[in-house]
Design a protein around this ligand. Structure first.
Ligand SMILES: Cc1cc(N2CCCCCC2)n2ncc(-c3ccc(F)cc3)c2n1
Length: 256
């Protein structure tokens, strides 16, 4: 007896296989990705976990190129969560070297492709070498007008929402805001995604069907697409399959 999720996946697979060519209408403006499965990928191959993260970084490049090619405007990538600090120190140290490694090799190309690098997360707690690299990339691409490449680094949605609530309540206390001013539009301006549209499509790899404290406010109406593919095995075809499925789904925003 197929459970509801397996039936849904079978239906999505058929519809996405039918979508051989990606339509260039109704491309999701903002795509967010939880890049999961790197450790499992390495374990399956009898490699250390960091080999999965290294391989996963190569996939970032492929998907950034593809997103830019198909006309996505914002690509948010969940690179390091506030929960990742609980991992072994050696793995955390390796992970927090990746921004610098990625940017050292890719920033010139990103600049050539008019990509703007953006960060969201609690950056102050990051090591100096990570901060230096990401701040340089943000500065050197700040005038670019193409794809916004938004890395979530040391990011947690509940922390983000609590910080926004604290800031708003301080401003009410200081008389800068009235409590009647507080609405969804105001709240969005106090989140780390201020100025960005909400994700139209949220992808999670590796078969986990959870949001894991990622963009909980912003993803309220996002189309969610889950795949068993582990991030290091994720490629442009999986990405365009997710977009093709998004294009086939009606968007209702809670309406009928
Ligand atoms: C911590 C971390 C982990 C990380 N992984 C590679 C992708 C799979 C997921 C975990 C490991 N990647 N990949 C790219 C970055 C990055 C971050 C900020 C930035 F400005 C430029 C690049 C990155 N950062």
């Amino acid at each position: 007896m197929l459970d509801r999720f397996s039936k849904w996946r079978a239906k999505e697979k058929n519809s996405s296989e039918a979508a051989a060519q990606l339509e260039h209408v109704n491309i999701p403006e903002h795509v967010a990705i939880i890049m999961d499965g790197n450790g499992r990928w390495a374990k399956k191959k009898g490699l250390p976990r960091v080999a999965g993260h290294r391989e996963g970084m190569k996939v970032v490049n492929k998907i950034v190129r593809k997103a830019n090619d198909v006309g996505v405007k914002v690509l948010t990538l969940y690179a390091f969560s506030t929960e990742n600090w609980k991992r072994p120190k050696t793995e955390v140290d390796f992970l927090l070297r990746l921004p610098e490694r990625y940017l050292n090799s890719e920033l010139p190309t990103l600049k050539k492709e008019n990509v703007r690098v953006r960060l969201m997360g609690s950056l102050d707690n990051l090591p100096d070498y990570t901060l230096r690299a990401v701040r340089q990339a943000v500065e050197e691409t700040k005038d670019n007008t193409g794809l916004i490449l938004n890395f979530a680094l040391n990011y947690g949605s509940r922390f983000e929402m609590l910080e926004a609530i604290k800031q708003i309540s301080e401003e009410v206390k200081a008389g800068k805001l009235e409590s009647t001013d507080i609405n969804e539009e105001l709240m969005q301006n106090y989140l780390m995604t201020a100025q960005l549209s909400d994700p139209d499509l949220l992808i999670r790899t590796s078969g986990e069907i959870r949001l894991s404290n990622f963009m909980l406010w912003q993803a309220a109406y996002s189309e969610l697409w889950f795949t068993d593919v582990l991030w290091p095995d994720f490629n442009e075809h999986h990405f365009t399959e997710a977009i093709a499925v998004y294009q086939k789904r009606a968007r209702r925003y809670g309406g009928v």
